[in-house]
Design a protein around this ligand. Structure first.
Ligand code: SAH
Ligand code: SF4
Ligand code: F3S
Length: 445
């Protein structure tokens, strides 16, 4: 291994949600453009090791420290290697990271990642020994984004940062700050850039995208209006977004579903629990009936719309009866591919003071029961799709080989089918012929 090959590469591991994936792309491009570093998949060969972290649950946070343990050995062999921790664990833990892992050189919160090139220069020149930067300066981050020319068929765009909902169990408002909407101009500029470089689908990202509300001295734009602006971009075929909150479905968002065919017929709308008592203690700000009324209104506009959700089981105070109500809502709404978690106590959140009276074995049992039901629902839905014709945005060649192409239905199910590469980037009609566990097989019509 030569010193030169070491100097020009970085290794980046991304944990957590799509917002972290987006931030990792920003870091990859900025490191390449400003420092000429390129990404390597081999951590032993890199001069810079970065982990972009998530602290949503205790387990996610602990993953970081086990990875750092491995990197410590790499650094022992080559002390010039720089180790950085970015993302939500960085904001959550700050200098405690360096107390636990003193060989870490850089700790950067999600809003400071654009400063990475300068920070690396300072550390390399020994101007600084280590740097911790966990400021919330969102706007500066978006102003500093530099683009590179390769776009995937489906690209993420972060439209807002942070969260001001303060659910009683959640770290996000503390790790990413309060809700801030990115400027309309900057979003449209980036969207146009991705589309002109081949993107056909945009996935708008934020913790509560439908709370988007950009105000400047001469313009106001809410989420519904933003969807209209984006839908006008030519050559864009599909718009998705995640995550949305039941309390932010305004008239303008419903209007978007009426008038924007590019907006897919599928929505990820986390409910967390089917019990009003638990929802209140989670401080979600809605009841089950209010949640269901959002779904009902959307189904009136789009009768074939499907929904997925997030669930937390074993929240403090959750009885068998509360849990049964969560199972009931899954039966009723027929959620497809959803995410479910056992409640995890997060430092600094109000729920840590609640009496956690649900035993661990009970929590695990509930999780399994809930996941079995969700899997059963998904299996039925996939079976019911067999024989149907689906509109698929062709994303590329399938990893499964056999000259298969891969793409997604509007409700985000992966379909593999035989076809020619020149249909990549187009929407094609595919008849569903078969299913495997979570994906479908089909043939182009
Ligand atoms: N902003 C979105 C998603 C937040 S994070 C929303 O409010 O719906 C993604 C998911 O992680 C949450 O929907 C929730 O189901 C889960 N989650 C968040 N904090 C958690 C905790 N402390 N323990 C277990 N699951 C948690
Ligand atoms: Fe966390 Fe609640 Fe905000 Fe979602 S809405 S990010 S769960 S505080
Ligand atoms: Fe995790 Fe932060 Fe996303 S805590 S889920 S990476 S916003």
């Amino acid at each position: 291994m030569t010193q030169t090959s070491l100097r020009k590469t970085f290794f980046l591991e991304t944990q957590g949600c799509q917002m972290n994936e987006y931030d990792s792309k920003v870091m990859t491009d900025i490191l390449n453009i400003e420092l000429g570093l390129s990404e390597t998949k081999d951590s032993k060969n890199a001069s810079l090791l970065i982990v972009n972290t998530c602290s949503i649950r205790e387990k996610s946070q602990e993953k970081v420290f086990s990875l750092l343990g491995v990197w410590k050995k790499i650094k022992e062999k080559n002390p010039n290697v720089i180790i950085g921790v970015t993302g939500c664990v960085a904001s959550q833990e700050g200098d405690l990271i360096r107390k636990r892992a003193p060989y870490v050189d850089i700790v950067l919160g999600p809003q400071s990642i654009h400063r990475l090139p300068n920070i690396i220069k300072k550390i390399k020149s020994k101007e600084e020994k280590n740097i911790i930067d966990i400021d919330f300066s969102v706007i500066e981050k978006f102003d500093s984004i530099k683009f590179k020319t390769d776009s995937k068929i489906s690209e993420f765009i972060t439209i807002m940062e942070g969260c001001s909902k303060y659910c009683s169990y959640c770290v996000v408002p503390y790790t990413r700050g309060t809700e801030v909407s990115r400027s309309l101009n900057s979003i449209l500029k980036e969207a146009k850039f991705f589309i002109s470089n081949g993107a056909k689908e945009l996935v708008l990202l934020g913790q509560n995208v439908n709370a988007y509300n950009y105000k400047s001295s001469n313009e106001i734009c809410d989420f519904g209006l933003l969807l209209f602006y984006i839908s006008q971009l030519s050559n864009l075929k599909r718009i998705r977004y995640t995550t949305s909150h039941p309390n932010n479905f305004s008239a303008s968002v419903y209007k978007a579903y009426q008038h924007i065919p590019k907006l897919v017929n599928h929505l990820h709308l986390p409910i967390q629990s089917g019990s009003d008592k638990i929802l209140a203690s989670m401080k979600r700000g809605y009841t089950v009936i209010e949640y269901k009324s959002v779904i009902k209104k959307l189904l009136e506009i789009r009768p074939s719309m499907t929904f997925s959700s997030d669930f937390i089981v074993g929240f403090p105070g959750e009885t068998d009866d509360d849990f049964q109500k969560t199972l009931d809502i899954i039966e009723e709404i027929n959620f497809d591919v959803s995410y479910s978690f056992v409640y995890s106590k997060r430092p600094g959140t109000p729920a840590t003071y609640y009496k956690d009276n649900v035993e661990d074995v009970v929590k695990k049992k509930r999780l399994h029961k809930l996941q079995d039901l969700l899997n059963k629902k998904l299996d039925t839905r996939l079976k019911n799709m067999q024989g149907s014709t689906q509109r698929i945005l062709v994303e590329g060649v399938s990893k499964k080989g056999d000259n298969l192409l891969t793409g997604r239905t509007e409700n985000n199910t992966v379909v593999n089918f035989k076809g020619k590469c020149n249909s990549i980037g187009n929407i094609v009609d595919v008849r569903i012929t078969d299913k495997s566990k979570n994906t479908l097989k089909g043939e182009i019509i």
